[in-house]
Design a binder for this molecule. Structure first.
Ligand code: COA
Length: 212
């Protein structure tokens, strides 16, 4: 399916429009194409690849629980991601490299249960850190949240010691607000408003469904 998209996409590269929404229809999760990445809806078939990413203690160190996830736990997470999209009409995407279609992580938007606010989430496989992928995917997610969902404000949360995550927040133009309790943890909270968000000049394309 992923390769088919590339074949369909050949000869159909982005035009000068910086944010194309004409292919979107309500009710179906979209995919977003950035310079190097494809953000697309997760499928149950992603279990093996996602389980390999979440089995790495470096990746899960600052997540709730702090431990690598078993395959079974990752299966539950995958179900939760899919049901979040069904329930709320938005969520977080699987992130694939455009070059070889490898699943390298996730990124997107999650309803913050306790407040009704929306947070941006991001997580990438260890070997892909430090190449700007989180910043690229998060920028696309924030842009989607502000321009498509018309959110007024998006937050991001991190364990205070998670310096890489905090740096990503800063690079996205988010401002530190406070350290407070979320998910029964003391987390640093950053935020950005729609008015303050700088979407940048990179061309992003939003498409309907898996569309890879
Ligand atoms: C946080 C995470 C998503 C960042 O992904 P990434 O693709 O490496 O992020 P980017 O390359 O876009 O940016 C990382 C920035 O953090 C900086 N950074 C990395 N480690 C750092 C550290 N220990 N201290 C300070 N800055 C650090 C990088 O230098 C880079 O900043 P720069 O561009 O100014 O040099 C990745 O480390 C990850 O998946 N961690 C595990 C899951 C996680 O913690 N997710 C966030 C939960 S809140």
């Amino acid at each position: 399916m992923i390769r088919n998209h590339e074949e369909r996409r050949a000869g159909n590269t982005p035009n000068t429009s910086s944010w194309r929404t004409n292919l979107l229809q309500p009710g179906q999760p979209p995919s977003i194409e950035t310079g190097r990445l494809i953000l697309r809806p997760f499928e149950l078939d992603d279990l093996d690849d996602l389980a390999a990413i979440l089995a790495d203690p470096d990746v899960t160190r600052y997540l709730p629980g702090g431990r690598p996830r078993t395959r079974e736990q990752t299966g539950t997470t995958l179900q939760f991601i899919i049901s979040h999209w069904e329930q709320h009409g938005f969520g977080w995407w699987a992130v694939n490299l455009k070059t070889d279609r490898e699943l390298i992580g996730w990124c997107g938007l999650k309803l913050l249960d306790s407040t009704g606010g929306v947070e941006v989430l991001y997580l990438f496989a260890r070997r892909h850190w430090g190449q700007g992928y989180a910043t690229e995917a998060c920028t696309a997610s924030l842009r989607y949240g502000f321009q498509e969902l018309k959110l007024d404000r998006i937050i991001a949360l991190a364990v205070p010691e998670n310096a890489a995550s905090r740096r990503v927040m800063e690079k996205m133009g988010m401002q530190y607000e406070k350290t407070a309790e979320y998910y029964n943890l003391e987390l640093a909270c950053y935020s950005v408003t729609r008015a303050a968000f700088q979407p940048g000049a990179e061309v992003h394309r939003v498409r309907q469904g898996i569309s890879l």
